[in-house]
Design a protein. Structure first.
Length: 504
């Protein structure tokens, strides 16, 4: 299996491959809107199948799920796909011009005129003609911004209010995940360990900050712990649990909320109290205690008496390791955070970034750590405020230039470690937070991958799309002062669909 760090930059289909597909489908620039809509789902399936087959690695949930999805649907829609017809997607060239292209345009967030920093060539003029009228939609609220970048060249093709700091909602997860991958790498795994005192009479469950720890993992930890204790002739212990890996307040500034559990270094199933794995859910008020209680029960089942149950406490300095569980690779956690807009994972990634860079593992430390990693990439941060990892905090402020620039960075073959940011983006009409969008009369179905963002009065969309000319475009659309969420989402979807259509 290929190492994800060494894989080339992805361009879901090369220009030649895309042209061949459009020829087969009869799709040309002269198609009517109705014709484009009719074939886009079929073409989207082919493009998405090519993208996921090219992207890899297949060692974790989202990639494996997309591989299965692509295999099941690649031959649908009446299109014949000959084996070996394509030599495979060509890697996109490096994009050293991204920094220059991002520029420092003026704040035209309330102006229909595009930023002056955009080069007045044919492509930019075409996008201006297409996007300009769509951005005047009242559903986009009182203030909005937009940026489109050609990832192969790093050239900004369109910009409106590109450098205006705005509330991003969940699209800030793009910044969080880029920072985590930059600091830790895609292969990093978060440990949960069990330590025992020298006499084996005291056992401590130590949380490392893995929000995806589940009962199956706890059972394996309990089995290994029980085996070590029994080998040492011990069948009764004092049980402790250690959450000192994180510091600061556990509650997010929004307070108790079904969208996020108290942030703890120790929890199981993200503190969910039902059987869901994504979206809002009732949450534990003390996820660490719940995890420790479950571990104690499993130890009891394995033949180790834990007496009165677990107590909070730090592991001894010279604690003897008896069991260890590692999370899925960071690449998989990043993908899950983006696909499902998982707030618990996003906050954990911010804290893991803080730990890796010597900052306190709290909200403030995460803010400083994420910002420092973004600075390393040389991206424009004027006016940017990263207040949390999830985007639930309204104090978050980012620019469309930053979001699109981060996605362009992730497409750069010199930053292959960032590829999970692209492969984790939901697919329009098919996966994650876009599964219910682009499903009716939309030309973007299957063609668009994007992170959504929604707060009261705030809607955003940032992602990638392959246009009819084979270019992989990175885009960011931010809107605030919106009053009708569904209408705002439709307006944003129309903007991305226009990029997919490539109307000139």
């Amino acid at each position: 299996m290929d190492d994800p760090v060494k894989r080339p930059s992805i361009n879901p289909l090369s220009r030649v491959d895309r042209t061949a597909l459009t020829d087969r489908l009869g799709m040309r620039n002269g198609l009517s809107d109705r014709q484009f809509t009719a074939v886009s789902a079929v073409l989207g399936l082919a493009l998405a199948a090519g993208a996921v087959l090219a992207a890899g690695p297949w060692d974790s949930g989202q990639r494996k799920a997309e591989q299965d999805w692509a295999a099941a649907r690649a031959g649908t829609g009446g299109v014949h796909h000959e084996p070996g017809a394509s030599s495979g997607p060509a890697p996109a060239p490096s994009a050293p011009a991204v920094l220059t292209a991002l520029g420092t345009g003026t704040d035209n967030s309330n102006n229909s005129a595009p930023d002056a920093a955009v080069a007045p060539d044919g492509a930019a003029a075409g996008l201006s003609a297409v996007l300009g009228p769509l951005l005047k939609n009242p559903a986009l609220g009182t203030r909005h911004s937009a940026v489109v970048i050609d990832t192969a060249t790093g050239k900004r093709l369109y910009g409106l209010g590109a450098d205006a700091p705005m509330t991003p909602a969940s699209t800030v997860k793009i910044a969080t995940t880029v920072a985590a991958l930059t600091a830790l790498g895609p292969a990093h795994r978060i440990p949960t360990t069990v330590g025992a005192s020298a006499d084996l009479r005291t056992v401590t469950l130590v949380g490392g900050g893995d929000p995806t720890l589940d009962r199956a993992a706890l059972r394996a930890l309990a089995a290994d712990t029980a085996r070590a204790l029994k080998d040492g002739g011990v069948r009764s212990v004092r049980l402790r649990y250690d959450t000192s890996g994180y510091s600061g307040p556990a509650l997010h500034p929004i307070g108790p909320n079904e969208n996020i559990a108290p942030v703890s270094a120790l929890m199981i199933d993200e503190g969910r109290l039902d059987d869901t794995s994504s979206g809002p859910a009732p949450r534990s008020e003390d996820p660490a205690r719940d995890a420790a209680d479950a571990f104690g029960e499993l130890l009891d089942e394995a033949g180790i008496d834990t007496g009165d149950g677990p107590e909070p406490g730090r592991a001894a300095a010279k604690s003897r390791p008896v069991a260890k569980h590692l999370s899925a690779p960071l690449s998989a956690l990043v993908e899950r955070a983006l696909t499902n807009s998982d707030n618990d994972i996003a906050e954990a990634l911010a804290r893991q970034t803080a730990i890796a860079t010597g900052e306190p593992a709290d909200f403030s430390g995460g803010r400083r750590a994420v910002t420092a990693q973004l600075k390393k990439l040389g991206l424009p941060l004027k006016g940017v405020v990263i207040a949390d990892g999830s985007g639930l905090n309204r104090k978050d402020k980012v620019t469309a230039a930053l979001l699109a620039g981060l996605l362009a960075r992730a497409a750069d073959q010199d930053h292959a470690e960032l590829r999970p940011v692209l492969t984790g983006l939901p697919v329009a009409g098919f996966s994650g937070t876009l599964s219910g969008r682009y499903t009716t009369k939309s030309g973007g179905t299957g063609l668009i991958r994007a992170k959504t963002g929604t707060l009261t009065g705030v809607n955003s969309l940032s992602g990638t799309v392959v246009d009819p000319h084979g270019r992989l475009l990175a885009f960011a659309f931010l809107a605030s002062g919106t009053t009708a969420p569904s209408e705002a989402q439709s307006a944003l979807d129309s903007l991305a669909t226009a990029l997919a259509a490539g109307r000139r």
